[in-house]
Design a protein around this ligand. Structure first.
Ligand SMILES: [Zn+2]
Length: 272
């Protein structure tokens, strides 16, 4: 068996794993109470890619500066799954943004040209919410609006972006590099038939019910091939199955059991 060279390591660090709101306290001391932020470190080329800017990104920022000896300019890529508050609220506290020698590409999905990423991010960086405006950030920031597709991030890193199932346009990301693959899927829930399926319901329409079944099946298959064979799948697991079934279907989050099913059916090696 050919073992990967140490320099080919793709290191994944979880700086925030919670959804919705930061939850410090004893109950979250094991996994941490910060909202989502995951760091991918590509050792051979020295690249750092960050997925989401929840409250966890504050500690990551300090750590990046300390690792670089507070002297070298950082070149970073930040991919936002979507712009719900819990995924971007840490950004104003990301210390590399306040340094002239930082270059950062910020990627994410957008709903319309008027609602471009720069506008949405800038919306929380205004005096009403925060004392520093976007124009006052020292770092060189480039915003890149993403659509579904495959992108070359350089250094052999391939990014595949796909839409997930969430009330707001939300992207799942797959990174392929030197035979390794990591997928992120937060926030999402399994696609389901949105039409009435009970023949006894007065609103039941057989053709629509069948079409809904087919659309959900096809979307599910699309997700399965997106996750296919990933070394690591980082998936939404917001609820227990019991909680999900107690009226939370359609809220855009998965149960832990659904996450396990997604990983198993796509042959992923590890799930987090
Ligand atoms: Zn969300």
């Amino acid at each position: 068996m050919k073992l990967p060279a140490a320099t080919d390591r793709l290191q994944v660090t979880f700086w925030g794993v919670r959804g919705s709101i930061p939850t410090p306290g004893q109950e979250t001391s094991r996994y941490g109470g910060n909202t989502l932020c995951v760091e991918l470190g590509f050792s051979a080329c020295g690249r750092t890619i960050i997925v989401d800017a929840g409250s966890g990104i504050r500690r990551l920022g300090d750590d990046l500066l300390s690792r670089s000896g507070h002297s070298t300019g950082l070149a970073l890529d930040l991919l936002l799954s979507h712009t719900h508050l819990d995924h971007i609220l840490g950004l104003p506290f990301f210390s590399p943004l306040y340094r002239h020698d930082t270059r950062i590409n910020v990627y994410g999905p957008t709903i319309s040209p008027e609602d471009c990423l720069e506008e949405v991010i800038g919306g929380q960086l205004c005096y009403r919410y925060f004392p520093v405006r976007q124009t006052e950030l020292a770092a060189r920031i480039t915003y890149i609006d993403l659509r579904e597709g495959v992108y070359d991030l350089g250094d052999g890193i391939s990014l595949t972006a796909t839409y997930l199932n969430h009330p707001l346009l939300c992207m799942g990301y797959r990174f392929d590099w030197r035979g390794r693959s990591v997928c992120t899927a937060f926030d999402t829930e399994p696609f389901r038939n949105l039409f009435v399926t009970d023949p006894d319901d007065p609103a039941y329409d057989e053709i629509m019910a069948l079409e809904g079944d087919q659309a959900a099946r096809e979307a599910g298959q699309r997700m399965q091939s997106f996750f296919r064979g990933a070394d690591l799948l980082i998936h939404d697991g917001h609820y227990t199955e019991e909680e999900y079934r107690a009226g939370r279907a359609g809220w855009g989050h998965s149960s832990v059991e659904q996450a396990i099913h997604a990983a198993e059916s796509a042959g992923c090696r590890r799930l987090r």
